[in-house]
Ligand binder design. Structure first.
Ligand SMILES: [Zn+2]
Length: 244
């Protein structure tokens, strides 16, 4: 973090259940401006001489917009160009890239990961849809195993919360890495199997903390900070990973 950022005072304003933190910068400008950064920081630039109460009132009024912006950045999924599912193309698994090798085999279809390659055997080499299905099935099998393992590892770090063992679902989601219902059902995006385990843990931990604190309140972030102090840098890196 840059030095000037650490020196900027952080203010908070309560909006419903949510506490909005923002950095307040006074300068010789004419109007007040609010920015939400991809790391979810809120920067408020205010003209000199505008009092704290007035700034707070504006931030409160813009709160729905601020939260919407943060939500968007929180769930931002960079996308790769559409995949063709042909030999030579690279696909990811747990953060590493593997080259696709599609081979024709009249009897057996399947996916094997060896020596840097995804070997996919398929009845008709030209059937890209079938290659995609086989790879997706393979991803799903790995995700079932890996996500369950990460759930146990993350829960072990949350033992002091005495959480009920959550139900875990894996789904294809267009714009979110994960979600959690108040009833304790956690859904993770199948695409997460393409990113490093560290980032899967970040999403898992984010959702598990919601089992205790259901919104993004100050208490929620205190809990997340306590169990995963480096979650911000993990999220930032996760948001830069391209998945297909
Ligand atoms: Zn959340």
């Amino acid at each position: 973090m840059e030095a000037n950022h650490q020196m900027t005072p952080t203010c908070t304003v309560q909006y419903g259940q949510t506490q909005i933190e923002y950095e307040l910068i006074h300068s010789a400008r004419k109007t007040l401006a609010i920015q939400v950064h991809p790391d979810l920081r809120v920067i408020v630039r205010s003209p000199n001489g505008v009092g704290r109460a007035e700034v707070e009132a504006v931030v409160k009024k813009r709160a729905p917009w601020i939260l919407r912006q943060q939500r968007q950045f929180e769930t931002y999924l960079p996308k790769l160009p559409p995949r063709q599912y042909v030999s030579g193309e690279t696909h990811r698994y747990l953060g590493r890239q593997y080259r696709l090798k599609v081979e024709e085999n009249g009897r057996a279809e399947g996916v094997k990961l060896t020596r840097g390659y995804f070997y996919i055997t398929v009845r008709d080499k030209g059937d890209a849809g079938r290659v995609k299905d086989l790879l997706t099935e393979w991803y799903r099998r790995q995700a079932t195993r890996v996500f369950a393992e990460r759930l146990d590892a993350c829960l072990a770090r949350l033992r002091f919360l005495n959480l009920d063992y959550p139900q875990l679902t894996i789904r294809h989601m267009k714009s979110r890495w994960g979600s959690c219902t108040p009833a304790g059902k956690i859904t993770l995006n199948l695409k997460l199997i393409q990113v490093p385990k560290d980032y899967i843990d970040y999403v898992m931990m984010h959702e598990l903390c919601h089992l205790k604190e259901h919104n993004h309140s100050q208490q929620y972030y205190e809990l997340l900070n306590r169990v995963m102090p480096d979650w911000r840098s993990k999220r930032e890196k996760l948001n830069q990973v391209e998945v297909s």
